[in-house]
Write a protein that binds this ligand. Structure first.
Ligand code: HDE
Length: 760
């Protein structure tokens, strides 16, 4: 019966299937077309790093594998499944006549397009995400009964990283806090850990959230600046509302401009309450520790990157995963006794502007997160994922942190606007992996076809189903903790009044160079403010942190230094807060190899392989695209002087003096009769033909504290870039392999810190 109906349709549809005799096209026997939005694996090739995309084996001008191409071997249809014979022209009364209203295909296509956008997130609008797996060590079982934290349990996860202030189209490397939100699809229901890369927050009470965000967002009149805190309204608020001081100081530190999402810590910020199998409770703070260490950009790098590659962090995450360099973090907990006062070593655990130094309460690892797959579709997954701090599983409970209380309300509320109704949990990315048997019904975008007559409880018509479970059956039961007695007030506890001791702890824990960066950041940001009163108030806040900080920033702004208005305490520094002085693995780090036709190309070939063997990424940079010929065959050029900027590389190698080959700077221009005279480009110790773009690449990398190495006579080009081989972090040698060995030793420290000027 079905086959007959199908045949009849084929016969009536112009150009359909075998009826029109086109060989190889799907015919009447073709099974029903798969849902066009069925997720597919991401495209395998990685043109970003593996060289220009080429023609695929099947002859298409794309590297996509036909298996991964969308809707291959299918007919184009309307949303109702009617096959289309044309989609390039509207239906008209004659080729030059008016377009007809009856053109349903035109109206459907345009109407759908008109509604393609959904409201962007009110905060954290710009993000990038990945799928992965979390494997528990079992160490947390001593303090929580959460099943996914049991030894060896593997849980699928989806993690979204984000900036906070910018719009969806803003740049990645702005100075800002980064979101670090993880959805654990556990067997007991979904658990969301919605954290940031900074362990404290601007405010202690959720009621202030609209205020801080309105202050940080662009000015309401001109809607500028985009994704910036360097403007009057932000500094107006944070200097009046001094509980923001700690978070602001972290933002002004190197933590505000991470090198990569893969190299950030994550923090749950609030204190949570864990419940063990026997019902005993502990208070905890969650931490994510990146296996690659915590690293940042330097300010100038961040600025250049915003221009040359605004998608730097997004690209970095996707490229690393595609290359198989899966980013990993350990989840850890700081555990505190659940005492009546909820403090630890005098620190109020309900105050989200405070940390507990790791030296006082070590971070104990409880599992490993590995991100191993990119999303197939940005909109369906990264954009539509809906996190909520209230998505909890048995064994994890909340505390009375007043910031957390507001969040427990806000996330569900915002998704209803953003995702167009209350059924967003049915979207594939949000669907729990545990069975769902709720009694929620109807509403916008309902895709479930619910059965049964009695979506209410108690009922007899559906046999009393679904049943409620007892705690022993895995039900989520809130701990009956005692609520402190008190009067109804709009007040904060007195312990929340200390706004400066922890910013001072952070400042005292920084290395000299990190302090230098903090001073430069404040001087820049406050220098961008117009209101004198705001700058003066900011200096007062800085004076309450440290006199050196306030003096240096005041000097930069040309303003007097105020005296502190609080007593400066001297807590012991927390070395864990500093990013300098550690050595880290180099997986996925990018080394640029600059070469031209006159360089040691055999050496480049070898070094390239050595870099790959060390799990890093080599990128060959040459004057122009295409191939460099080596005796071992052609070597693909991945970046040219026109596309390479220093910010992309963690270190640079130079395979000889540049400009001595046929592709020397100016040679092509000269051939074309428009070259400058060589005499006009002399006066360097390098060959007169060194391309200034190559010199810029080298001098910027040097200024940003990156390791640089050269061999086969590269010194002359280095000297032309103003780099001497006795400078810290510059290696010169006879072979590329030897230079690479020393270079990688330096890279473990992330930067050659000695290169930065010291004033503090
Ligand atoms: Fe959020 N936050 N937040 N926040 N937040 C949102 O939820 C909110 C806070 C964080 O990748 C929104 O779905 C309030 C702290 C991340 O999708 C919204 C308060 C921390 C993300 C919201 C806070 C965060 C959000 C906007 C003060 C770190 C991105 C869109 C009480 C612990 C999640 C959305 C993603 C997103 C509200 C404070 C982290 C409006 C009211 C503290 C990582 O619901």
């Amino acid at each position: 019966m079905k086959a007959v109906a199908r045949k009849a349709v084929d016969a009536l549809t112009p150009g359909a299937g075998p009826a029109d005799g086109v060989p190889g096209k799907p015919g009447a026997e073709t099974p029903p077309v798969a849902e066009p939005t069925t997720p597919r694996p991401p495209l395998p090739p990685k043109p970003d790093q593996s060289g220009p995309a080429t023609v695929s084996p099947t002859g298409q001008a794309t590297a996509a594998d036909p298996e991964h191409m969308a809707q291959s071997e299918t007919y184009l249809t309307t949303a109702q499944g009617a096959r289309l014979y044309e989609t390039d022209h509207s239906l008209k009364a004659g080729p030059r006549g008016p377009v007809l209203l009856q053109d349903h295909h035109l109206r459907e296509k345009i109407t759908h397009f008109d509604h393609e956008r959904i409201p962007e997130r009110v905060v954290h609008a710009r993000g990038a995400a990945a799928h992965g797996v979390f494997e528990a060590y079992g160490t947390a079982s001593a303090v929580t009964k959460a099943a996914f934290l049991g030894k060896g349990v593997e849980t699928p996860v989806f993690v979204r990283f984000s900036t906070v202030l910018g719009s969806r189209g803003s740049s990645d490397t702005v100075r800002d806090t980064r979101g670090f939100a993880t959805k654990f699809y556990t067997a007991e229901g979904t658990f969301d850990l919605v954290g940031n890369n900074i362990p404290v927050f601007f405010i202690q009470d959720a009621i202030k959230f609209p205020d801080i965000i309105h202050a940080g967002k662009p000015h309401p009149d001109r809607e500028i600046p985009q994704a910036q805190s360097a403007h009057d309204t932000f500094w107006d608020f944070v200097t009046l509302h001094t509980e923001a001081t700690h978070h602001t100081l972290w933002n002004m530190s190197d933590r505000g401009i991470p090198r990569s999402y893969r190299m950030m810590e994550g923090f749950g910020v609030h204190t949570f309450r864990l419940v063990d199998a026997g019902g005993a409770t502990s208070l905890v703070k969650f931490h994510w520790k990146p296996k690659l260490g915590v690293h940042s950009l330097v300010w100038e790098e961040a600025q250049i990157t915003n221009g040359v590659d605004p998608d730097f962090h997004r690209r970095d995450l996707a490229d690393a995963i595609e290359a198989g360099a899966y980013p990993q973090w350990e989840l850890g907990v700081q555990v505190f006794p659940d005492t009546a006062d909820q403090t630890f070593e005098g620190i109020d655990l309900l105050d989200p502007t405070k940390i507990v130094p790791e030296e006082l309460a070590p971070v104990q690892p409880v599992g490993l997160l590995t991100l191993n797959a990119n999303p197939s579709n940005f909109f369906a997954e990264t954009e539509q994922v809906a996190f909520h701090v209230g998505h909890l599983v048995p064994g994890i409970d909340v505390t009375d942190d007043p910031l957390l209380a507001g969040r427990l309300f806000s996330y569900l509320d915002t998704q209803i606007t953003r995702l167009g109704g209350p059924n967003f949990a049915q979207l594939p990315i949000n669907r729990p992996h545990a069975p769902v048997n709720d009694m929620l019904r109807d509403g916008m975008h309902q895709t479930a076809v619910h059965r049964g007559a009695a979506p209410y409880k108690p009922n007899s018509l559906d046999g009393g189903c679904p049943f409620t479970a007892g705690e022993d059956m895995g039900a989520y039961v809130e701990r009956p903790v005692t609520v402190p007695k008190g009067r109804k007030v709009r007040e904060a506890p007195a312990s929340f009044d200390d706004h400066f001791s922890q910013p001072r702890l952070f400042w005292l824990s920084m290395s000299d160079i990190e302090r230098e960066h903090i001073i430069a950041a404040y001087t820049f940001e406050l220098g961008k403010c117009y209101e004198q009163a705001i700058k003066e108030r900011a200096l007062q806040v800085l004076a309450n942190i440290d006199p050196v900080l306030s003096e240096q920033v005041a000097a930069g702004l040309g303003l007097p230094v105020p005296a502190p208005t609080v007593k400066l305490v001297n807590p012991s520094p927390s070395p864990a807060l500093s990013q300098v002085g550690h050595t880290w693995p180099l997986d996925g780090r990018i080394i640029g190899i600059i070469a031209d036709a006159g360089c040691d190309l055999g050496g480049v070939r070898k070094v390239r392989q050595d870099i790959l063997d060390a799990q890093m990424v080599p990128l060959v940079i040459a004057p122009s695209g295409g191939k460099l010929d080596t005796s071992g065959g052609p070597l693909t050029v991945q970046r040219t002087y026109a596309t390479a900027r220093s910010v992309e590389y963690d270190a640079l190698l130079l395979a000889g003096p540049l400009g001595s080959g046929a592709d020397a700077f100016g040679a092509r221009d000269a051939k074309a009769g428009k070259g400058r005279k060589p005499a006009a480009r002399k006066k360097t110790t390098a060959t007169p033909a060194t391309d200034p773009r190559a010199l810029l690449l080298l001098s910027e990398a040097f200024r940003h504290g990156k390791a640089i190495g050269g061999w086969a006579g590269a010194e002359t080009t280095l000297a032309a870039a103003g780099i001497t081989t006795d400078a810290p972090g510059v290696i010169s040698g006879t072979t590329g392999a030897r230079v690479l060995g020393e270079l990688t030793d330096l890279m473990g420290a992330h930067r050659v810190w000695e290169r930065f000027p010291r004033k503090v």
